[in-house]
Design a protein around this ligand. Structure first.
Ligand SMILES: *Cc1c(COP(=O)(O)O)cnc(C)c1O
Length: 449
């Protein structure tokens, strides 16, 4: 790759003038779906305008034509200038395939910058740990992705960072736990797996009140895990979140082949996140970045449209089924927070986008929901063609799991009841199969419970 300014300094030779493929109107005026397919590969920064598909770069270290260039690379690392016109030194610091993916992720989440990580958890730990210090308090919603919960309760206390949990659906509850030590308010919306929503604008309002009079480096930041909704359905930064984290392993990657994570937000967090990533070392491999850049992100919009169509059909089928006690899907008119869903879960073209995940509870003929849930999922695991018993979500294949005994098994029994996580509860992540077939497989499983 020839970077536009790569020979600018050091030998004084200007690069040959080259006509780049410039779109007839600025990239920013094209719709998101289009931008995620075409990215910014054919710009002076990347100069991949002869590639229809951007190349997968694989180089642990980079040739430096002079000591001066090496020095400029180190000094410029993590700065905005270094981001605009990078001097590559070593993969763990910065690397072009990842850089292209990061530009597109920032576009997707309507952020100024994105920094990728090796997994969603690496991104979540970086977002939180690059902000807190000894004595800080994190306030988190009471239901969280299991490993995030473990990060906050097992690891951070060892470094003097405590977490208090609250029901962030009620703004008054947040207010009660915030203290002078609060630095991060952390949550997912929709919440995994119960699909309840947290009002981003309401949290912003409360946090703004607490931030009054605080220094910039002492402000409380709102960090939102957007993995369930994906930037197709919801862009938390637009509602006032400071940082968004996404597991790229899920719907953004989409095909279930690679792990990855990203933190997206405003430019002022870039340097800190890059430094954190350099020193803690959880970089996304360029190989994974390439798959997500070339297959995952460009197909996100079109996959989500189809996932959602299936999710709504399945939710409507489940709602009418006599063996189902409850269906939680933000797209249903009966969803308890339907108004909030319509306000918050909106695609960038303005269409309501309730997502690809749903949660439902089954009851069996013997009135024992725990046994019925397990029988239901086991029948699917053994006999269904279109539905697979597996954790993860957002893939082209429909996935099912039983959160009570699987992903959320570690949550104490009493807590499970309070948060509405019951033994017969089932999480379904819709894929791209024909929804008639998915419903037929579900119907067969209902007959078996
Ligand atoms: C999977 C997931 C994560 C963690 O992502 P990994 O890529 O598995 O590390 C975090 N949050 C949510 C909501 C998830 O579903």
């Amino acid at each position: 790759m020839r970077k536009k300014n790569s020979t600018k300094k050091g030998n004084g030779v200007a690069p040959p003038a080259k006509k780049l493929h410039e779109p007839r109107k600025p990239r920013e005026t094209y719709r998101l779906r289009t931008r995620l397919i075409h990215g910014s590969f054919a710009t002076g920064k990347w100069d991949y305008d002869h590639h229809v598909v951007p190349p997968e770069t694989r180089s642990a270290t980079y040739r430096l034509e002079s000591v001066l260039r090496g020095s400029e690379g180190f000094v410029g690392f993590g700065t905005q200038a270094g981001q605009r016109d990078p001097i590559y030194i070593y993969d763990r610091l910065d690397e072009p395939t990842r850089g292209m993916l990061e530009e597109n992720l920032a576009v997707a989440e309507h952020g100024e910058m994105a920094v990728t990580f090796s997994t969603g958890m690496a991104a979540i730990s970086a977002a939180i740990c690059s902000v807190v210090k000894k004595g800080s308090q994190v306030v988190a919603h009471r239901v969280l992705y299991g490993c995030t919960h473990s990060l906050l309760t097992n690891w951070l206390p060892r470094y003097g960072v405590r977490t208090d949990f609250a029901d962030l659906r009620c703004p008054g509850c947040l207010e009660k736990v915030l203290t002078k030590d609060s630095r991060v308010v952390y949550f997912e919306t929709p919440v995994n797996p119960t699909m309840e929503l947290i009002d981003l604008a309401a949290v912003r309002k409360t946090v703004d009140r607490f931030n009054k009079g605080r220094r910039d480096d002492d402000r409380i930041l709102i960090v939102v895990d957007n993995t369930f909704a994906t930037p197709y359905c919801q862009r938390p930064l637009e509602f006032g979140a400071d940082l968004v984290v996404d597991s790229l392993t899920k719907a953004i990657g989409g095909f279930g082949t690679d792990m990855g994570g990203a933190v997206v937000g405003s430019q002022k967090y870039y340097a800190n996140l890059m430094l954190y990533r350099k020193d803690f070392g959880g970089v996304l491999s360029p190989r994974n970045a390439w798959s997500i850049l070339v297959y995952g992100l460009p197909t996100l919009a079109t996959r989500m449209v189809n996932y959602q169509k299936a999710a709504l059909k399945v939710a409507e089928f489940l709602e009418k089924h006599p063996k189902v006690t409850r269906v939680c899907y933000p797209g249903l008119a009966t969803f308890p927070q339907a108004d909030l869903a319509r306000r918050q879960m909106v695609a960038s073209d303005g269409k309501f986008a309730p997502g690809s995940l749903l949660y439902f509870e089954v009851k069996g003929s013997d009135k024992n929901p725990a046994a019925a849930g397990e029988r239901f999922v086991n029948f699917i695991a053994e006999r269904a063609y279109t539905i697979t018993l597996a954790v993860s979500l957002g893939q082209i294949k429909t996935l099912i799991e039983n959160p009570y005994s699987m992903t959320h098994a570690v949550v104490p029994e009493k807590e499970k009841r309070t948060i509405g996580l019951l033994p017969g509860g089932i999480r379904l992540s819709l894929g791209l199969e024909d929804w008639h077939d998915i419903i037929a497989d579900l119907e067969a499983a209902f007959e078996a419970v």
